[in-house]
Design a protein around this ligand. Sequence first.
Ligand code: ZN
Ligand code: ZN
Ligand code: FE
Length: 759
Amino acid sequence: MSEMVGRQIRIEGIVQGVGFRPFIYRLATEMNLTGSVLNDSQGVLIVVEGAPSVLDSFCSAIADELPPLAVISRMEVSDLPVNDAADFRIIESKLNQNRVAQIAPDSHVCPDCLRELFNPSDRRYRYPFINCTNCGPRFSIVTNIPYDRPLTTMADFPLCADCQMEYEDPVSRRFHAQPNACAECGPQLSFADNTGCFVAVEDPLVEAVNRLRAGEILAVKGLGGYHLVVDAENDVAVLRLRQRKHRDEKPFAVMSFGVEEIQAFCHVSEQEERLLKSVERPIVLLRSRDGHSLSPSVAPNNKFFGFMVPYTPLHYLLLEQFDALVMTSGNQTDEPIVFENSEAESRLEGIADCYLQHNRRIHIRTDDSIARILDGEPVLYRRSRGYVPRGVMLTTEQPCVLAVGAELKNTICLTRSDRAYLSHHIGDLKNQQVVDSMKQAVHHFQGLLEVKPTMIAHDLHPDYLSTHVAGELAGELPLVAVQHHHAHLSSCLVDNGQRGPAIGVIFDGVGYGTDGNIWGGEFLVGDLNDFQRLGHLAYRPMPGGDAATKEPWRMAVSYLNTVFGSELPELEVFRQIDSSALKLLLQMIEKGINSPLTSSVGRLFDAVAALIGLRCKVSYEGQAALELEMLIDGDSAAEPAYSFLITETDGMLQVDPTPMIRQLVNDLAGQVTAAQISARFHNGLAQMVLDVCRTIVVEQGRLPVALSGGVFQNRYLTELTAKLLRQEGFEVLLHRQVPPNDGGLALGQAAIAGAIAAP
Ligand code: ZN
Ligand code: ZN
Ligand code: FE
């Protein structure tokens, strides 16, 4: 028999409230090891004794068999003298302050709970709020730390004797499961009519299903807020929801019971299946199948559907009855998602026909996250439920910084030591409601993380509401104004565990430049400390300013005007536009009235979409670009690339799209299809990025290339650009943990402020 040794294992990360101690207990007893495990302020501390080889396999089993919600960020093993413990125990810990312990994100219902949900002999059979230490609500119900039942919204529900027993039993899957509940003691469903008045029905769930079958719009209270729900195969119902929500064309998210059901509507690759079924359960963008049976109003003019599978027990019970349900955020367009029973009726009035409610309070609203497979791996378009408040590793420790983001798709970011905590999706900061919601998020995150920022980072734009909020919150604290595209570059660097320097190719819709112009087609070289602008898409007037964002034909005229003067070529698109409006616009451009200059690639996409007659107006941000991308099919890579003229003046590279516009206008006159034109445009952009990067390395040396900004949500463009760059030996950095759009911007702002504070 080999000699006995002792070891201490210290583990940090998301290891509390996720079934970690029962897991260690089971592992140790299975391996006949003795010792103990306890929670402390840093995480979990294990003391264990046994033969060295068994201890080795114990240590590797911890990492290999981790409970689903646990995340280990640090594991330290050290030797201890043997203590001859008789057995293995879970030691109750007295915690005052959980200084480093982390709150877990909300989790989908785990397979064990799901089995119980549909098992007629289980005591929680069909109970819509079943959960355990491996699953259930977390972030959305936590009111403060430490993570303990009285500091969650489950404080409203005293445990019954059976639940209490599970809660206290170290080998139970519900040992210290803070949201533990059953039909006896836990939250309950209720049903309300369109005025929000409670309606006595025998079974609220059955009533809800019946109403959905009848084509009604049901507001369902979920994990992080309300969803507006209709039968996705009922065209009349989906159209009515669209009209009532005043949402003209933006696609609705859809939910089906499982991946197999989704296959009837969409193509699902293995990777996409894994992403759909991941613990975070995001909405995944999937290509639709020809001849699918979903209402065309679910995603008008769109080849993609945003699908998810159920993540709460209630969803499973609902989806059991339908092939697919539209599940769109319960809000009026541009307002934050509704999450409180009291506000639901007033804010969803006129939209919802009835309500499926429950009495578990949601403390923090969280929207569904949105993801897609891009270049072989998942990328997030919206990072919220399921991911938040998990930290993102910074490259180094830094002082605590609060970053407030920009304007669209706002999130805030707080740093603690070497982690950055990006908030849930807050929304477009265009009205007071969203601003209030953002301030609450700042307050809540400061509480959860127990930090006080030492400085506040914000966008360089003087008029963004986020910039004003930063000023309000600052008091005596120093403010750091961060240029928008530098923040994108830094966000992408941190996302890849780098500090730079790198070449930043930053393409987006709008960002305030250091010269006061509207940037958005930028070639930077920089690191977390500083950046230099080496090139950009040539400036063009944006007639009408913001109006040009909503009406892409304005940008089309602007681009044509630079190439052809006021003698515009005869194009199909101009038949849709009033001739006096066209004349007026040309005057605006030529006299420079209300026509700020922009280098935005987003606006170039708008112009191209309008020129080929796809869109004169858009109803949501990025729509023209998205539809242009969707035109692309099979043989696109074989199409020639439109060309850009790259010149240099005073060390600044200018990317002039004039040749590209000429080629496009020629193609419009010929037999070239819109799909081909779109492909040629995309191919041209990718080639242009490569050409500019080639020029930059001559002076700067071979640096990695970071692709960031909302335009790089475009899968075809991103994959092609990355491929061309890699073929020439460039290292390409793409976003993975945070979105390439402005939803990931606060991370970059925070890292820049940190680098400036402690270079
Ligand atoms: Zn569970
Ligand atoms: Zn109970
Ligand atoms: Fe941006």
